[in-house]
Design a protein around this ligand. Sequence first.
Ligand SMILES: [Zn+2]
Length: 493
Amino acid sequence: MLKSNLDFYAKTLNCGQMGVPFNYLSLEVGGNPRKKKFWEPVLNKLKSRLSVWKGRFLSMAGRVCLIKFVLSAVPLYYLSLFKAPDVVCKSIIGIQRRFLWGWGKFKSSISWISWKELCKSKEEGGLGIRDIRKFNFALMAKWKWRYISNEKGRWKEMLESKYGMELNNGLVPMKYQSWWWRDFMSICREGGGEGWFQKEVGWKIGSGDKIRFWEDVWVGNSKLKTLFPRLFSLSLNQGHKVEEVGGWEGSMWRWTLSWRRARFEWETVMESELGDIISRVVVMKDENDALVWSSEANGCFTVSFAYECLGKTDRGPQIEAFRYLWKAKTFPNVMLTSWRVLLNRIPTRLCLRRRGVLLDTTECALCKTNEKLCQHLFLECKVACSVWSMFFRWIGVLFVKHNDVRVHFESFNLTQGSNKQNLIWKGVWATIVWCLWEQRNEVVFNQGVVDEEEVFQKAQLKSWLWLKHNRVNFNYSLSDWVLNPMVCISSYK
Ligand SMILES: [Zn+2]
Protein backbone atom coordinates (compact mmCIF):
# COMPACT_ATOMS: atom_id res chain seq x y z
CA MET A 1 0.00 0.00 0.00
CA LEU A 2 1.22 3.48 -0.82
CA LYS A 3 2.38 5.58 2.08
CA SER A 4 -0.03 8.41 1.14
CA ASN A 5 -2.98 6.00 1.07
CA LEU A 6 -1.97 4.59 4.40
CA ASP A 7 -1.82 8.08 5.90
CA PHE A 8 -5.22 8.85 4.47
CA TYR A 9 -6.91 5.74 5.88
CA ALA A 10 -5.22 6.09 9.23
CA LYS A 11 -6.45 9.67 9.46
CA THR A 12 -9.98 8.81 8.34
CA LEU A 13 -10.26 5.91 10.79
CA ASN A 14 -8.53 7.92 13.47
CA CYS A 15 -5.95 5.27 14.29
CA GLY A 16 -2.17 5.03 14.49
CA GLN A 17 0.23 3.19 12.21
CA MET A 18 2.75 0.52 13.00
CA GLY A 19 4.93 -1.93 11.14
CA VAL A 20 5.95 -5.55 11.59
CA PRO A 21 7.39 -7.08 13.63
CA PHE A 22 5.50 -5.97 16.74
CA ASN A 23 4.74 -7.58 20.06
CA TYR A 24 1.35 -9.02 20.80
CA LEU A 25 0.74 -11.05 23.96
CA SER A 26 4.52 -11.17 24.39
CA LEU A 27 4.86 -12.81 21.01
CA GLU A 28 6.65 -11.20 18.11
CA VAL A 29 4.17 -10.96 15.27
CA GLY A 30 5.79 -10.89 11.86
CA GLY A 31 9.16 -12.06 13.18
CA ASN A 32 11.00 -15.03 11.75
CA PRO A 33 10.81 -18.08 14.04
CA ARG A 34 13.61 -19.76 12.12
CA LYS A 35 16.02 -17.23 13.61
CA LYS A 36 17.39 -17.63 17.11
CA LYS A 37 16.69 -13.96 17.82
CA PHE A 38 12.95 -14.58 17.59
CA TRP A 39 13.20 -17.06 20.46
CA GLU A 40 15.30 -14.86 22.70
CA PRO A 41 12.42 -13.79 25.00
CA VAL A 42 11.71 -17.47 25.66
CA LEU A 43 15.34 -18.31 26.30
CA ASN A 44 15.75 -15.32 28.62
CA LYS A 45 12.67 -16.21 30.57
CA LEU A 46 13.81 -19.81 30.93
CA LYS A 47 17.26 -18.66 32.00
CA SER A 48 15.84 -16.47 34.72
CA ARG A 49 13.43 -19.13 35.97
CA LEU A 50 16.06 -21.85 35.91
CA SER A 51 19.05 -19.94 37.16
CA VAL A 52 21.80 -21.97 38.74
CA TRP A 53 21.68 -19.58 41.66
CA LYS A 54 18.09 -20.63 42.44
CA GLY A 55 18.93 -24.30 41.94
CA ARG A 56 21.36 -24.17 44.84
CA PHE A 57 18.52 -23.89 47.29
CA LEU A 58 16.65 -26.89 45.95
CA SER A 59 17.19 -30.62 46.29
CA MET A 60 17.68 -32.55 43.09
CA ALA A 61 14.08 -33.72 43.29
CA GLY A 62 13.00 -30.09 43.53
CA ARG A 63 15.09 -29.12 40.54
CA VAL A 64 13.65 -31.93 38.43
CA CYS A 65 10.19 -30.80 39.44
CA LEU A 66 10.91 -27.19 38.51
CA ILE A 67 12.39 -28.18 35.15
CA LYS A 68 9.23 -30.07 34.30
CA PHE A 69 6.97 -27.29 35.46
CA VAL A 70 8.81 -24.39 33.83
CA LEU A 71 9.02 -26.18 30.51
CA SER A 72 5.34 -26.83 30.42
CA ALA A 73 4.49 -23.26 31.38
CA VAL A 74 6.92 -20.69 30.00
CA PRO A 75 7.57 -21.49 26.33
CA LEU A 76 4.26 -23.21 25.70
CA TYR A 77 2.79 -20.37 23.71
CA TYR A 78 5.73 -20.19 21.34
CA LEU A 79 6.19 -23.92 21.08
CA SER A 80 2.60 -24.58 20.21
CA LEU A 81 2.69 -22.11 17.34
CA PHE A 82 6.16 -22.40 15.85
CA LYS A 83 8.70 -25.07 15.12
CA ALA A 84 11.77 -24.31 17.18
CA PRO A 85 15.03 -24.47 15.21
CA ASP A 86 17.59 -27.04 16.37
CA VAL A 87 19.84 -24.34 17.80
CA VAL A 88 17.00 -23.14 20.05
CA CYS A 89 16.20 -26.68 21.22
CA LYS A 90 19.86 -27.14 22.06
CA SER A 91 19.94 -23.89 24.02
CA ILE A 92 16.86 -24.86 26.00
CA ILE A 93 18.35 -28.26 26.85
CA GLY A 94 21.57 -26.48 27.83
CA ILE A 95 19.68 -24.26 30.29
CA GLN A 96 17.88 -27.26 31.76
CA ARG A 97 21.07 -29.27 32.07
CA ARG A 98 23.02 -26.53 33.78
CA PHE A 99 20.17 -26.07 36.19
CA LEU A 100 20.09 -29.76 37.04
CA TRP A 101 23.80 -30.45 37.39
CA GLY A 102 25.71 -27.18 37.54
CA TRP A 103 25.94 -26.72 41.27
CA GLY A 104 26.97 -28.54 44.37
CA LYS A 105 29.87 -29.56 46.45
CA PHE A 106 32.13 -30.42 43.55
CA LYS A 107 31.63 -27.09 41.81
CA SER A 108 31.90 -28.95 38.56
CA SER A 109 29.09 -29.61 36.22
CA ILE A 110 29.46 -33.20 35.22
CA SER A 111 26.26 -34.37 33.62
CA TRP A 112 26.04 -37.70 35.36
CA ILE A 113 23.31 -38.96 33.14
CA SER A 114 22.86 -38.05 29.49
CA TRP A 115 19.92 -35.86 28.62
CA LYS A 116 18.52 -38.58 26.40
CA GLU A 117 18.49 -40.97 29.36
CA LEU A 118 16.76 -38.40 31.56
CA CYS A 119 14.03 -37.97 28.98
CA LYS A 120 13.20 -41.67 29.09
CA SER A 121 10.16 -42.70 31.07
CA LYS A 122 10.61 -43.55 34.72
CA GLU A 123 10.08 -47.28 34.10
CA GLU A 124 12.90 -47.28 31.57
CA GLY A 125 15.27 -45.72 34.06
CA GLY A 126 14.82 -42.05 33.14
CA LEU A 127 13.04 -39.20 34.91
CA GLY A 128 10.31 -38.59 32.37
CA ILE A 129 11.53 -35.08 31.52
CA ARG A 130 10.02 -34.00 28.22
CA ASP A 131 12.29 -33.83 25.23
CA ILE A 132 11.83 -30.31 23.95
CA ARG A 133 11.90 -31.18 20.26
CA LYS A 134 9.32 -33.93 20.52
CA PHE A 135 7.20 -31.78 22.82
CA ASN A 136 7.29 -28.99 20.23
CA PHE A 137 6.22 -31.44 17.51
CA ALA A 138 3.40 -32.83 19.62
CA LEU A 139 2.12 -29.31 20.34
CA MET A 140 2.30 -28.32 16.68
CA ALA A 141 0.58 -31.53 15.63
CA LYS A 142 -2.48 -30.29 17.45
CA TRP A 143 -2.95 -27.78 14.61
CA LYS A 144 -2.91 -30.52 12.07
CA TRP A 145 -5.46 -32.44 14.07
CA ARG A 146 -7.67 -29.38 14.30
CA TYR A 147 -7.17 -28.79 10.59
CA ILE A 148 -8.35 -32.21 9.50
CA SER A 149 -11.04 -32.67 12.14
CA ASN A 150 -14.52 -31.22 11.92
CA GLU A 151 -13.66 -28.07 13.83
CA LYS A 152 -14.62 -24.75 12.26
CA GLY A 153 -12.60 -21.56 12.39
CA ARG A 154 -11.53 -18.52 10.40
CA TRP A 155 -7.87 -19.59 10.52
CA LYS A 156 -8.87 -22.88 8.97
CA GLU A 157 -10.89 -21.29 6.18
CA MET A 158 -7.92 -19.12 5.33
CA LEU A 159 -5.50 -22.02 5.12
CA GLU A 160 -8.03 -24.16 3.28
CA SER A 161 -8.56 -21.55 0.60
CA LYS A 162 -4.85 -21.53 -0.13
CA TYR A 163 -3.76 -25.12 0.43
CA GLY A 164 -6.98 -27.15 0.18
CA MET A 165 -8.13 -29.85 2.53
CA GLU A 166 -5.95 -32.56 1.09
CA LEU A 167 -2.71 -32.25 2.93
CA ASN A 168 0.43 -33.32 1.06
CA ASN A 169 -1.28 -32.90 -2.30
CA GLY A 170 1.32 -30.46 -3.57
CA LEU A 171 -1.33 -28.07 -4.95
CA VAL A 172 0.75 -25.09 -4.00
CA PRO A 173 4.37 -25.21 -5.20
CA MET A 174 6.97 -25.08 -2.45
CA LYS A 175 8.11 -21.55 -3.25
CA TYR A 176 4.64 -20.15 -2.67
CA GLN A 177 4.16 -21.96 0.62
CA SER A 178 4.65 -19.94 3.75
CA TRP A 179 7.47 -20.93 6.09
CA TRP A 180 4.87 -21.74 8.73
CA TRP A 181 3.08 -24.15 6.43
CA ARG A 182 6.35 -25.81 5.44
CA ASP A 183 7.37 -26.28 9.09
CA PHE A 184 3.91 -27.50 9.90
CA MET A 185 3.99 -30.12 7.14
CA SER A 186 7.52 -31.25 7.93
CA ILE A 187 6.61 -31.91 11.57
CA CYS A 188 3.86 -34.31 10.60
CA ARG A 189 6.06 -36.09 8.07
CA GLU A 190 8.70 -36.84 10.71
CA GLY A 191 9.62 -40.51 10.94
CA GLY A 192 9.71 -41.27 7.21
CA GLY A 193 7.07 -42.57 4.83
CA GLU A 194 3.65 -41.11 5.49
CA GLY A 195 4.98 -39.78 8.79
CA TRP A 196 4.13 -40.56 12.37
CA PHE A 197 0.97 -38.48 12.38
CA GLN A 198 -0.74 -40.26 9.52
CA LYS A 199 -0.02 -43.61 11.13
CA GLU A 200 -1.95 -42.61 14.22
CA VAL A 201 -4.99 -41.20 12.50
CA GLY A 202 -7.81 -43.42 11.37
CA TRP A 203 -11.36 -43.11 10.09
CA LYS A 204 -14.53 -43.98 11.87
CA ILE A 205 -17.23 -44.60 9.32
CA GLY A 206 -20.54 -42.78 9.53
CA SER A 207 -22.62 -42.24 6.40
CA GLY A 208 -19.57 -42.47 4.14
CA ASP A 209 -19.62 -38.77 3.29
CA LYS A 210 -15.87 -38.12 3.63
CA ILE A 211 -14.03 -41.41 3.32
CA ARG A 212 -12.75 -42.36 -0.11
CA PHE A 213 -13.57 -46.01 -0.73
CA TRP A 214 -10.31 -47.14 -2.31
CA GLU A 215 -7.85 -44.54 -1.20
CA ASP A 216 -8.40 -44.09 2.55
CA VAL A 217 -7.66 -46.47 5.40
CA TRP A 218 -11.06 -47.20 6.88
CA VAL A 219 -11.38 -50.99 7.17
CA GLY A 220 -8.46 -52.88 8.71
CA ASN A 221 -5.02 -51.33 8.62
CA SER A 222 -4.48 -50.66 4.94
CA LYS A 223 -6.07 -49.03 1.96
CA LEU A 224 -8.30 -51.23 -0.16
CA LYS A 225 -6.40 -50.19 -3.24
CA THR A 226 -3.20 -51.63 -1.73
CA LEU A 227 -4.96 -54.83 -0.73
CA PHE A 228 -6.65 -55.33 -4.11
CA PRO A 229 -4.59 -53.51 -6.77
CA ARG A 230 -6.09 -55.56 -9.58
CA LEU A 231 -9.65 -54.76 -8.61
CA PHE A 232 -8.76 -51.14 -8.07
CA SER A 233 -7.53 -50.87 -11.66
CA LEU A 234 -10.84 -52.30 -12.89
CA SER A 235 -13.01 -50.16 -10.65
CA LEU A 236 -15.17 -47.31 -11.89
CA ASN A 237 -15.33 -46.05 -8.31
CA GLN A 238 -11.80 -44.69 -8.09
CA GLY A 239 -11.79 -41.53 -6.05
CA HIS A 240 -15.40 -42.05 -4.97
CA LYS A 241 -16.64 -41.52 -1.46
CA VAL A 242 -18.04 -44.55 0.36
CA GLU A 243 -21.58 -43.17 0.10
CA GLU A 244 -21.25 -43.24 -3.70
CA VAL A 245 -20.35 -46.94 -3.71
CA GLY A 246 -23.66 -48.14 -2.35
CA GLY A 247 -27.12 -47.03 -1.39
CA TRP A 248 -29.93 -47.45 1.06
CA GLU A 249 -32.77 -49.86 0.38
CA GLY A 250 -35.12 -48.97 3.17
CA SER A 251 -33.03 -49.46 6.26
CA MET A 252 -30.55 -51.80 4.54
CA TRP A 253 -27.26 -50.65 3.07
CA ARG A 254 -26.33 -52.32 -0.25
CA TRP A 255 -22.90 -52.11 -1.86
CA THR A 256 -22.98 -51.38 -5.58
CA LEU A 257 -19.46 -51.50 -6.95
CA SER A 258 -19.16 -50.81 -10.65
CA TRP A 259 -16.51 -52.24 -12.96
CA ARG A 260 -14.94 -51.44 -16.28
CA ARG A 261 -15.66 -54.93 -17.59
CA ALA A 262 -16.81 -58.39 -16.51
CA ARG A 263 -14.34 -60.12 -14.19
CA PHE A 264 -12.43 -63.26 -15.03
CA GLU A 265 -13.03 -66.16 -12.74
CA TRP A 266 -9.86 -65.63 -10.71
CA GLU A 267 -10.83 -62.01 -10.25
CA THR A 268 -14.21 -62.96 -8.82
CA VAL A 269 -12.39 -64.75 -5.99
CA MET A 270 -10.80 -61.42 -5.06
CA GLU A 271 -14.12 -59.69 -5.47
CA SER A 272 -15.79 -61.97 -2.96
CA GLU A 273 -12.86 -61.45 -0.55
CA LEU A 274 -13.42 -57.71 -0.86
CA GLY A 275 -17.14 -58.28 -0.38
CA ASP A 276 -16.41 -60.16 2.84
CA ILE A 277 -14.35 -57.31 4.22
CA ILE A 278 -16.83 -54.54 3.47
CA SER A 279 -19.87 -56.55 4.51
CA ARG A 280 -18.62 -56.30 8.10
CA VAL A 281 -18.81 -52.51 8.00
CA VAL A 282 -21.84 -50.83 9.48
CA VAL A 283 -22.74 -47.69 7.53
CA MET A 284 -24.81 -45.21 9.50
CA LYS A 285 -27.39 -42.96 7.99
CA ASP A 286 -27.27 -39.98 10.31
CA GLU A 287 -23.66 -39.74 11.31
CA ASN A 288 -20.76 -38.06 9.56
CA ASP A 289 -17.49 -39.82 8.99
CA ALA A 290 -14.97 -38.74 11.58
CA LEU A 291 -11.25 -38.91 12.05
CA VAL A 292 -10.09 -40.60 15.21
CA TRP A 293 -6.81 -40.71 17.00
CA SER A 294 -6.18 -44.43 17.09
CA SER A 295 -4.14 -44.78 20.25
CA GLU A 296 -6.72 -42.98 22.39
CA ALA A 297 -9.73 -44.83 23.66
CA ASN A 298 -12.09 -41.93 22.98
CA GLY A 299 -10.47 -41.13 19.62
CA CYS A 300 -9.56 -37.57 20.59
CA PHE A 301 -6.16 -36.06 20.07
CA THR A 302 -4.14 -35.14 23.14
CA VAL A 303 -0.70 -33.59 23.20
CA SER A 304 0.60 -36.12 25.70
CA PHE A 305 -0.47 -39.05 23.53
CA ALA A 306 1.05 -37.42 20.47
CA TYR A 307 4.25 -37.06 22.50
CA GLU A 308 4.13 -40.77 23.37
CA CYS A 309 3.62 -41.69 19.72
CA LEU A 310 6.64 -39.65 18.68
CA GLY A 311 8.79 -41.54 21.16
CA LYS A 312 7.51 -44.99 20.17
CA THR A 313 10.47 -45.90 17.99
CA ASP A 314 13.20 -45.32 20.54
CA ARG A 315 11.45 -46.75 23.56
CA GLY A 316 13.49 -49.28 25.51
CA PRO A 317 12.43 -52.11 27.80
CA GLN A 318 11.05 -51.45 31.27
CA ILE A 319 13.51 -52.17 34.04
CA GLU A 320 12.22 -54.14 37.00
CA ALA A 321 14.00 -52.07 39.68
CA PHE A 322 12.63 -48.75 38.40
CA ARG A 323 9.09 -50.02 38.19
CA TYR A 324 9.21 -50.36 41.98
CA LEU A 325 11.52 -47.53 42.90
CA TRP A 326 9.13 -44.71 42.03
CA LYS A 327 6.31 -46.41 43.89
CA ALA A 328 8.41 -46.90 47.01
CA LYS A 329 7.03 -45.22 50.10
CA THR A 330 9.53 -42.52 50.84
CA PHE A 331 10.53 -38.91 50.16
CA PRO A 332 11.22 -37.78 46.56
CA ASN A 333 14.83 -36.76 47.20
CA VAL A 334 15.48 -40.14 48.84
CA MET A 335 14.10 -41.89 45.77
CA LEU A 336 16.23 -39.75 43.53
CA THR A 337 19.44 -40.66 45.36
CA SER A 338 18.52 -44.35 45.08
CA TRP A 339 17.78 -43.87 41.41
CA ARG A 340 21.32 -42.58 40.88
CA VAL A 341 22.76 -45.42 42.93
CA LEU A 342 20.78 -48.00 40.95
CA LEU A 343 22.05 -46.45 37.73
CA ASN A 344 25.54 -46.40 39.15
CA ARG A 345 25.81 -42.64 38.58
CA ILE A 346 26.69 -41.33 41.99
CA PRO A 347 29.84 -39.29 42.62
CA THR A 348 31.81 -41.70 44.78
CA ARG A 349 35.57 -41.27 44.55
CA LEU A 350 36.00 -44.22 42.20
CA CYS A 351 33.18 -43.00 39.96
CA LEU A 352 34.69 -39.52 39.86
CA ARG A 353 38.08 -40.89 38.91
CA ARG A 354 36.51 -42.97 36.16
CA ARG A 355 35.00 -39.76 34.83
CA GLY A 356 38.38 -38.13 34.63
CA VAL A 357 38.36 -36.12 37.87
CA LEU A 358 41.82 -36.11 39.40
CA LEU A 359 41.74 -37.43 42.95
CA ASP A 360 44.69 -38.53 45.08
CA THR A 361 42.75 -41.42 46.55
CA THR A 362 39.86 -43.78 45.86
CA GLU A 363 39.66 -44.72 49.48
CA CYS A 364 36.16 -45.22 50.89
CA ALA A 365 35.41 -42.47 53.37
CA LEU A 366 33.66 -44.85 55.74
CA CYS A 367 35.85 -47.95 55.93
CA LYS A 368 39.14 -46.52 54.56
CA THR A 369 39.73 -49.40 52.15
CA ASN A 370 40.01 -48.82 48.40
CA GLU A 371 36.71 -48.76 46.56
CA LYS A 372 36.61 -51.63 44.11
CA LEU A 373 33.12 -50.88 42.90
CA CYS A 374 31.44 -47.54 42.37
CA GLN A 375 28.64 -48.83 44.58
CA HIS A 376 31.05 -50.08 47.24
CA LEU A 377 29.61 -47.72 49.80
CA PHE A 378 26.14 -49.26 49.70
CA LEU A 379 26.79 -53.01 49.94
CA GLU A 380 30.41 -54.07 50.01
CA CYS A 381 31.55 -51.57 52.61
CA LYS A 382 32.04 -52.79 56.18
CA VAL A 383 29.87 -49.97 57.49
CA ALA A 384 27.07 -50.71 55.01
CA CYS A 385 27.20 -54.42 55.89
CA SER A 386 26.64 -53.72 59.53
CA VAL A 387 23.81 -51.26 58.78
CA TRP A 388 22.06 -53.86 56.63
CA SER A 389 22.43 -56.53 59.32
CA MET A 390 20.98 -54.11 61.89
CA PHE A 391 18.04 -53.69 59.56
CA PHE A 392 17.43 -57.42 59.18
CA ARG A 393 17.72 -57.94 62.92
CA TRP A 394 15.20 -55.11 63.37
CA ILE A 395 12.54 -56.72 61.19
CA GLY A 396 13.55 -60.24 62.24
CA VAL A 397 14.24 -61.61 58.77
CA LEU A 398 17.19 -63.46 57.28
CA PHE A 399 18.28 -62.14 53.93
CA VAL A 400 20.57 -63.47 51.22
CA LYS A 401 23.49 -61.14 50.58
CA HIS A 402 23.72 -59.83 47.02
CA ASN A 403 26.69 -58.10 45.53
CA ASP A 404 24.77 -56.11 42.99
CA VAL A 405 22.80 -53.09 44.18
CA ARG A 406 20.04 -53.53 41.64
CA VAL A 407 19.51 -57.22 42.49
CA HIS A 408 19.64 -56.34 46.17
CA PHE A 409 16.87 -53.81 45.70
CA GLU A 410 14.73 -55.96 43.41
CA SER A 411 14.80 -58.93 45.77
CA PHE A 412 14.16 -56.78 48.82
CA ASN A 413 10.74 -58.30 49.46
CA LEU A 414 9.26 -60.13 52.37
CA THR A 415 7.63 -63.28 51.08
CA GLN A 416 4.83 -63.04 53.62
CA GLY A 417 4.41 -59.28 53.07
CA SER A 418 1.65 -57.74 50.95
CA ASN A 419 2.40 -55.56 47.97
CA LYS A 420 1.79 -52.38 49.97
CA GLN A 421 4.02 -53.55 52.81
CA ASN A 422 6.82 -54.42 50.44
CA LEU A 423 6.65 -50.95 48.92
CA ILE A 424 7.13 -49.59 52.44
CA TRP A 425 10.19 -51.83 52.83
CA LYS A 426 11.50 -50.68 49.48
CA GLY A 427 11.08 -47.15 50.84
CA VAL A 428 13.12 -48.09 53.88
CA TRP A 429 15.77 -49.59 51.59
CA ALA A 430 16.01 -46.28 49.73
CA THR A 431 16.19 -44.43 53.04
CA ILE A 432 19.11 -46.57 54.24
CA VAL A 433 20.95 -45.92 50.98
CA TRP A 434 20.27 -42.21 51.35
CA CYS A 435 21.52 -42.20 54.97
CA LEU A 436 24.72 -44.02 53.99
CA TRP A 437 25.32 -41.43 51.30
CA GLU A 438 24.62 -38.57 53.73
CA GLN A 439 26.99 -40.03 56.29
CA ARG A 440 29.68 -40.42 53.69
CA ASN A 441 29.29 -36.76 52.67
CA GLU A 442 29.36 -35.72 56.29
CA VAL A 443 32.70 -37.51 56.75
CA VAL A 444 34.18 -36.21 53.48
CA PHE A 445 33.07 -32.58 53.72
CA ASN A 446 32.41 -31.85 57.39
CA GLN A 447 34.94 -34.00 59.24
CA GLY A 448 32.09 -36.18 60.49
CA VAL A 449 32.70 -39.36 62.47
CA VAL A 450 31.72 -42.76 61.08
CA ASP A 451 28.87 -44.18 63.14
CA GLU A 452 26.87 -47.19 61.90
CA GLU A 453 24.31 -46.91 64.71
CA GLU A 454 23.63 -43.32 63.80
CA VAL A 455 23.09 -44.19 60.13
CA PHE A 456 20.62 -46.88 61.02
CA GLN A 457 18.73 -44.82 63.59
CA LYS A 458 18.48 -41.95 61.13
CA ALA A 459 16.96 -44.32 58.57
CA GLN A 460 14.42 -45.50 61.15
CA LEU A 461 13.51 -41.94 62.03
CA LYS A 462 13.22 -40.79 58.43
CA SER A 463 11.06 -43.72 57.37
CA TRP A 464 8.84 -43.17 60.42
CA LEU A 465 8.50 -39.49 59.51
CA TRP A 466 7.37 -40.42 56.04
CA LEU A 467 4.74 -42.84 57.33
CA LYS A 468 3.57 -40.38 59.96
CA HIS A 469 3.01 -37.60 57.44
CA ASN A 470 1.84 -39.57 54.45
CA ARG A 471 -0.25 -42.39 55.83
CA VAL A 472 -3.58 -41.29 57.25
CA ASN A 473 -4.09 -44.07 59.76
CA PHE A 474 -0.56 -44.34 60.96
CA ASN A 475 -0.86 -43.55 64.67
CA TYR A 476 2.29 -45.15 65.98
CA SER A 477 4.98 -43.35 67.87
CA LEU A 478 8.63 -43.50 66.90
CA SER A 479 9.33 -45.93 69.73
CA ASP A 480 6.50 -48.23 68.48
CA TRP A 481 8.13 -48.16 65.06
CA VAL A 482 11.58 -48.86 66.44
CA LEU A 483 10.42 -51.66 68.73
CA ASN A 484 7.83 -53.34 66.56
CA PRO A 485 7.92 -52.30 62.90
CA MET A 486 5.93 -55.33 61.70
CA VAL A 487 2.99 -54.45 63.93
CA CYS A 488 3.01 -50.82 62.77
CA ILE A 489 2.51 -51.75 59.12
CA SER A 490 0.38 -54.84 59.66
CA SER A 491 -2.77 -52.94 58.67
CA TYR A 492 -1.44 -52.27 55.10
CA LYS A 493 -2.73 -55.23 53.22
ZN1 LIG B 1 33.76 -48.69 52.60
